[in-house]
Design a protein around this ligand. Structure first.
Ligand code: ATP
Ligand code: MG
Length: 224
């Protein structure tokens, strides 16, 4: 019966939201441990819905900042998102069972080489700070009691101090080579960042039978 098969699909079908690049690449071995292999590569394919070796599992390719949205509304049951993205987006309706320890980097304050950040802070200067991560930046400076004017950017934060838009930036740093190439130095560590598994809270109940083995397999490889 048609009605029945649709209901079955809703209960058994699993949709996973991933962003391409480092999150997709570093999630592949974790999915493989759960017996899931995407049958297409987002770097070479333009398809946004990738089938997998399992009939009832598919992968959506989404923008990193959109992953929590897909999972929150139940368009995806599972996703992988950076702590940065989760803190900016908020985590209503999201269950975060596992820190996957992938896509590791640090949220840092950076300034032009030669700008005495500690001195500016001690003197109570009002700093102009540009960032894509306004919530994280706002909380960080509020906790320190530093007055800041925050300027929202969507990318290429390194440019802001060079162009005179801001005194400092708040950005993700891994090797530091982008900062160095733009004559900036990291001057304060805000937090360590890694990516987490996120699960739609309703799916966790309704699709427990299909989801539990996947979550178990992933948590086993992550703990090793
Ligand atoms: P885009 O690069 O398309 O503008 P994005 O920066 O949000 O979007 P990615 O570069 O794919 O997306 O980063 C995805 C996640 O990986 C980030 O949310 C963050 O958690 C982590 N990440 C970002 N930059 C780095 C980095 N330099 N090193 C390690 N992990 C990073
Ligand atoms: Mg990026």
């Amino acid at each position: 019966m048609r009605h029945f098969s649709r209901a079955r699909k809703a209960v058994d079908g699993i949709t996973i939201a991933l962003s391409k690049g480092r999150i997709f690449d570093e999630t592949l071995p974790l999915l493989a441990a759960a017996g899931i292999e995407p049958l297409d590569n987002p770097e070479t394919s333009r398809r946004l819905i990738l089938p997998t070796n399992r009939d009832n599992v598919r992968v959506l390719i989404v923008r990193a900042t959109d992953t929590p949205t897909y999972v929150q509304y139940g368009a995806a049951d599972l996703g992988v998102a950076g702590k940065d993205v989760l803190l900016e987006h908020g985590s209503d309706g999201l269950y975060q069972p596992i820190d996957l320890g992938i896509a590791r980097c640090r949220m840092m304050v950076a300034v032009p080489a030669g700008f005495d950040y500690q001195r500016a802070v001690r003197q109570g200067a009002r700093l102009k700070v540009a960032s894509k991560y306004l919530n994280i930046a706002r909380e960080h400076f509020a906790a320190k009691g530093v007055h800041v004017d925050l300027i929202k950017l969507y990318g290429s934060m390194e440019l802001a101090p060079l162009a005179g838009l801001a005194d400092a930036i708040v950005d993700l740093v891994s090797t530091g080579s982008t900062l160095q190439a733009n004559n900036l130095v990291a001057c304060e560590h805000i937090m360590d960042i890694s990516s987490r598994l996120i699960v739609n809270q309703a799916a966790l109940k309704l699709k427990r039978a299909a989801l539990a083995p996947i979550l178990d397999a992933i948590s086993r490889v992550v703990q090793r």
